[in-house]
Each structure stands twice: as structure tokens, then as C-alpha cells.
Ligand binder design. Structure first.
Ligand code: AMP
Length: 599
């Protein structure tokens, strides 16, 4: 535990170190360890990192350490592909800078009130996080001034490319002062992103995590797609339905180890936390308890769990996803000890699916999706356990006294014996009901919904609407050009690739080429305003005065409402379902351009 680099070793600003201590970050993630020294040094970096690796802190912590809060001028600009990510990044900056005085971070994105944004920009914000379209807007209006900019970050650059924002991004980069430090983060490195890096980054340090280890064959690996809301419920359901012995549960922060252990204890499990704050002695004591079986679940951070060798660990649960494949391999190696078999379960949110793929690719082992047990499954398990417990009692316990009692109760009440037994069973199960209500199951519904929207989609999803290059097809359909099809190599329109997974409806937009509309405008507006993922957006066709776009059939009422309010180029676009003759398909329409979302 001593050789691990700490945040203090990285020479971050003292206020930031205080915050990290407070929020319980124990040690830097690999991408943080690799990026922070360069960024603190003022160097440019090219980071190959995905969501979940800790990349936001990898750029936010060092860049914040170098800003001057006595000045309200904008010193850091972060460009993010979607509103959702812009807000998330702005919130992260707010947290990390919470001990700075006079600090302001401002998220700016399409759809939010421009008047409020103008006021806020006037007041000044040292950090601005925005989507490319809105940032461009403000630069054109001179309402955002970059004269004092120290650093610009391109977050999820490949996603910005996919959404058709790359020209906007380079336009914005052209507006930044010459000596601006640039950090470019991208999950993949397609040709166009490399070209941007070559043009705009000065001798960048390339930072990528190289996982090397492989997993053991005796560990069965699976994953669950689950959203944060239902994570704990999902976890308890698995604990109820799986046959488990000792479990190590991994979370990211020291605080979470304690919180989760408390919650599990409250739900009747014997759990304890271990983290890097604990002195060696109490850490060893807790591990000893796990060995002996006086506790069954250890909730740990990566640092604290290093080297634990306890034979009875049947399960490793990645409650929070690890930063990278190497950490994952370390974690799951805590089970399957001494020739036993073990199970590793990974919880992922839809946004983290790419890390799942990276892990599979690196370890060359498929990770199979788990089917979420239903409440019925839980009921069956509880009833089986109850039956087993009763049958053991029948065999082992002296029950004569109780038999006499029951006989006299029965005689007194004149009740049917089965009914009497039922009343006793009811009393016995009061704390843990044998019959959960199966008519409503939010956890199951959520997990299935996520899965259908691309859970194992993880795999299928690789190509879903990604790596599309609008301009290429637009400029004469050079589809034979395979040069930049991305690393994943999927082809064709998504419905062919995904079978009947997602049915699409065609919508008409009252604006087209004559209004200078670009496919990226449509993708950007829909992704940001209606909060749909870019991969939910299907084929787009531009006509002279209207356009069509394919969207999933199962849109929620809220999404539909948001779509109805869409604006493009500051005008409402009157989105409506397209009539048969307005759809794309095989229809030949003079001068229309079709944009397939391709992999
Ligand atoms: P990101 O990859 O930036 O989306 O970060 C993913 C999550 O990891 C966020 O919830 C962060 O709060 C968390 N995180 C980032 N760095 C650390 C760290 N060094 N220790 C613990 N948690 C972290």
C-alpha cells in the first residue's frame, strides 16, 4: 500500500487536496496519474480515455490548480458533445473548486435560456463548459471572451466528431489565443481526431492506459446494466438470489465503502468497510473476520483490497465500475482462489458500456449479461429457503411441547390445521415477506429497459449510429472510401444490424437545405433538447425545404413533448410524423441527400 502515488505527490493546489480528502478520493486513477503532471506543467495532452476512467478529474484538477480566482475572466473552456455531459463536467468543476473563493463555472448549451446565460457570462466565470454550437453562438455575438484563456479541453472528441460538430470545434479552437494549452480526450482515435490533434496540439504528451493482464478461466464473469437509482435494490436482489459465500464489493471512494456497508447492514447483511484510511491493524482485523465468516461482505476501495487472499470469496462485485481493464483484472482475481471457482459481477450504467467492451477486448474473455431476477424469482428463493428451514426443524428439533400447544389451540379455536399453520408462517416471515408484490417491479423494468436500449447492445451498440461521417456521403456518396470507418468495422443502417431491436418512426422537420440546415444541427438539437442519445437517432434526409429523421418508436411522452418544442436556427421546427410519401426508404426524390447512421 505504500508504493501507490497519492494526490499529494502530484502537487495539486492545497484547496483541491482538501476537497479530495473531503469527498473521499483515495488515490489517483491511472489516467489521472498519467495526465495531471503534464497538465500542471502547462503541456498539451492527447488522452485516450473513456467515461468512467476518472478523466474529468484528470483534466479538471490540474487546470483548476493553475487558475487565478482573483480574476473573473474565462480561463478554462471545456467543449463537450452533449448538454448532459456539459452539466456533469460543470458540476465536477464546481465540486473540485468548492474551496476556492470567488470561483464560478458556467455550463452553456443550446436550449437553456440565452438571456440568463448572457447575464452570467457578463458577471464572469473562470470556467465555461459548453456544447460547440452554443459556444460558437456566444463567440460570434462577442458575449464570450477568450482573450484570457489558459486552457481548452475537448472532452469526448470522437463523440463530437460523430455528432458532426468537428468543424465547429476547430472553428472555436481557431478563436483561442495562440499559447492556449490544449487537452484532447477521446475514447477512440479516429483519423479526423488525430488530424485535429496534429494541427492544434503542441508536442502533446500522449496518455493512454495499457492494460496487460488477463483473467483466470475459473472465474465466471457477468454484468448488469443498471441505472444509479436502482443500484442498491439491484444489488440486494442479486444477494438474495445468488448462492454466495464471502463477497468483496468494490466502490470508488472511502466514503462509499462506509455508506454501502451501513446500508447493507441495515438490510440484514453482515458487511464491513475497508479503505485506505484504516490503520493496518484494523484492516487486518476486518479481513480476519471475513476469513472466519463473522462478516460475509467486505466493501472496499481498490487500494484497500490489494493483495487480499481469502479462500471463501465466492463473488467479486464491481458495484462501481473500475477505471480500466487492469484494475478489473486485479479486482476479480480476489475470487477463484486456491483452485476454487468464483464469480465476478459488474454493474454498469448505459454510459459505461464502452468500458465493458474494453475489458472484454483486453482480457479476451466475454462477459455475459445477467438477467435481472424478478420479484417472483426472489419469492421462489425465499419460499424454498423457508421450506428448507422448516423441514430441518422437523428433523432436528424436539417439538412435542409445541405440538401439544397447537393441538390445544386448534381445539379452542376450531380452526383448520392448515390455516393455523398459515398464521404461524405469516408471523415467522414478518421481517422478510415470502410474497413480494409482483405486479410492480421498478428495478426489473428499469434493467430490462436499459438492456433493450442497448444493454448487450454494449456489443451491438458498437456501431449503432456511430462513426457516421455526414460530410463524406454528402459530398457525392464516396461510400467506397473505407479509410475512416472507425476501428470497429460495423456496416449498414442500424435496423439491419440490430434486427428487430429498435423500431423506428420517421419524422418530418419543416426546414431543409434551403435554410442551410445540416444533419449535425438535427442531431445536436435532438440529442440535447430531447435528451436522446445520438445513437437513438436514425437515418436523416435533407430535402430542399424539409428534412426527415428516424427516431425510436417507443419515445416517452416527455421526450415527445420536448421534440415538439425543438428549435433550429432559433426557429420552431414543427416536428411531425412523416406521411408515407415523405419518408426516405427507396423513394427517389430529386436532390435529396440521405445520411445513414453508420458504424
Ligand atoms: P469520469 O471518468 O470522469 O466520468 O469519472 C467517473 C467517476 O469516478 C466519477 O463519479 C468520479 O467522481 C469518480 N472518480 C474520479 N476520480 C476518482 C478517484 N481518484 N477516486 C475515486 N473516485 C474517482
Amino acid at each position: 500500500m505504500t508504493d501507490k502515488i497519492t494526490f499529494k505527490d502530484l502537487e495539486l493546489a492545497p484547496e483541491i487536496l482538501q476537497v479530495l480528502e473531503k469527498i473521499g478520493y483515495e488515490s489517483p486513477s491511472p489516467i489521472q496519474e498519467a495526465s495531471i503532471p503534464h497538465l500542471l506543467n502547462g503541456e498539451d495532452i492527447l488522452g485516450v480515455a473513456q467515461t468512467g476512467t476518472g478523466k474529468t478529474a484528470a483534466f479538471a484538477l490540474p487546470l483548476l490548480s493553475n487558475i487565478d480566482c482573483n480574476s473573473p475572466k474565462t480561463q478554462i473552456l471545456v467543449l463537450a458533445p452533449t448538454r448532459e455531459l456539459a452539466i456533469q463536467v460543470a458540476e465536477a468543476f464546481q465540486t473540485y473548486a468548492s474551496k476556492f473563493r470567488n470561483f464560478k463555472v458556467l455550463p452553456i448549451y443550446g436550449g437553456s435560456n440565452i438571456g440568463t446565460q448572457l447575464r452570467q457570462l457578463k458577471q464572469g466565470a473562470q470556467v465555461v463548459v459548453g456544447t460547440p454550437g452554443r459556444v460558437m453562438d456566444h463567440l460570434r455575438r462577442n458575449t464570450l471572451n477568450l482573450d484570457h484563456l489558459k486552457a481548452v479541453v475537448l472532452d469526448e472528441a470522437d463523440e463530437m466528431l460523430r455528432m458532426g460538430f468537428i468543424d465547429d470545434v476547430t472553428w472555436i479552437l481557431d478563436q483561442t489565443p495562440d499559447n492556449t494549452q490544449v487537452a484532447l480526450f477521446s475514447a477512440t482515435m479516429p483519423r479526423q481526431i488525430r488530424a485535429v490533434a496534429e494541427q492544434y496540439l503542441k508536442s502533446p504528451k500522449e496518455v493512454r492506459i495499457q492494460p496487460k493482464e488477463s483473467t483466470k478461466a475459473n472465474i465466471e464473469q457477468s454484468y448488469w446494466t443498471v441505472n444509479h437509482l436502482h443500484k442498491l435494490d439491484a444489488l440486494t436482489r442479486i444477494l438474495e438470489t445468488e448462492e454466495t459465500d464471502g463477497i468483496i464489493m468494490f466502490v470508488r471512494t472511502k466514503n462509499q465503502t462506509v455508506e454501502l456497508a451501513d446500508k447493507l447492514n441495515a438490510r440484514g447483511y453482515s458487511a464491513a468497510a475497508i479503505n485506505g484510511d484504516m490503520v493496518q491493524k484494523s484492516r487486518e482485523h476486518t479481513i480476519e473476520q471475513l476469513k472466519r465468516g463473522s462478516i460475509n461482505i467486505l466493501v472496499a476501495t481498490d487500494v484497500a483490497a490489494r493483495g487480499i487472499d481469502v479462500e471463501r470469496i465466492s463473488h467479486v462485485m464491481n458495484f462501481d465500475i473500475p477505471y480500466d481493464a487492469e484494475t478489473y483484472v486485479h479486482r476479480i482475481g480476489r475470487t477463484g482462489r486456491a483452485g476454487r471457482s468464483g464469480k465476478a459481477i459488474l454493474f454498469i450504467s448505459p454510459r459505461e458500456r464502452h468500458l465493458l467492451r474494453t475489458i472484454e477486448r483486453t482480457t479476451k474473455t466475454p462477459i455475459t449479461p445477467l438477467t435481472m431476477p424478478t420479484r417472483e424469482d426472489v419469492n421462489n428463493k425465499r419460499q424454498a429457503e423457508f421450506t428448507e428451514a422448516v423441514s430441518q426443524l422437523l428433523d432436528s428439533q424436539k417439538l412435542e411441547q409445541f405440538e401439544t400447544l397447537i393441538q390445544s389451540m386448534q381445539a379452542e379455536m376450531g380452526t383448520d390445521p392448515a390455516r393455523l399453520a398459515a398464521a404461524l408462517a405469516y408471523m415467522a416471515q414478518k421481517d422478510k415477506p415470502l410474497f413480494l408484490d409482483t405486479s410492480h417491479d421498478p428495478v426489473h423494468a428499469s434493467a430490462n429497459n436499459l438492456r433493450e436500449r442497448g444493454g448487450r447492445g454494449g456489443r451491438n451498440d458498437r456501431g449503432r449510429g456511430r462513426d457516421r461521417d455526414f460530410n463524406r456521403e454528402d459530398r457525392g456518396g464516396r461510400r467506397g472510401d473505407r479509410g475512416d470507418r472507425g476501428e470497429r468495422g460495423e456496416r449498414g443502417p442500424r435496423r439491419e444490424r440490430f434486427g428487430n431491436e429498435q423500431k423506428m418512426d420517421c419524422y418530418k422537420i419543416s426546414m431543409g437545405r434551403n435554410q442551410n440546415l445540416r444533419p449535425s444541427d438535427i442531431v445536436g438539437a435532438i440529442a440535447n433538447e430531447a435528451n436522446l442519445s445520438s445513437r437513438d437517432i436514425g437515418r436523416i434526409q435533407l430535402h430542399d425545404n424539409h428534412s426527415t429523421v428516424e427516431l425510436p418508436q417507443d419515445l416517452s411522452a416527455a421526450t415527445f413533448k420536448a421534440l415538439k418544442k425543438l428549435h433550429l436556427r432559433n426557429q420552431p421546427i414543427a416536428l411531425e410524423r412523416a406521411a408515407g410519401n415523405e419518408r426516405g426508404g427507396n423513394e427517389k426524390m430529386a436532390g435529396n441527400s440521405s445520411y445513414k447512421r453508420r458504424g
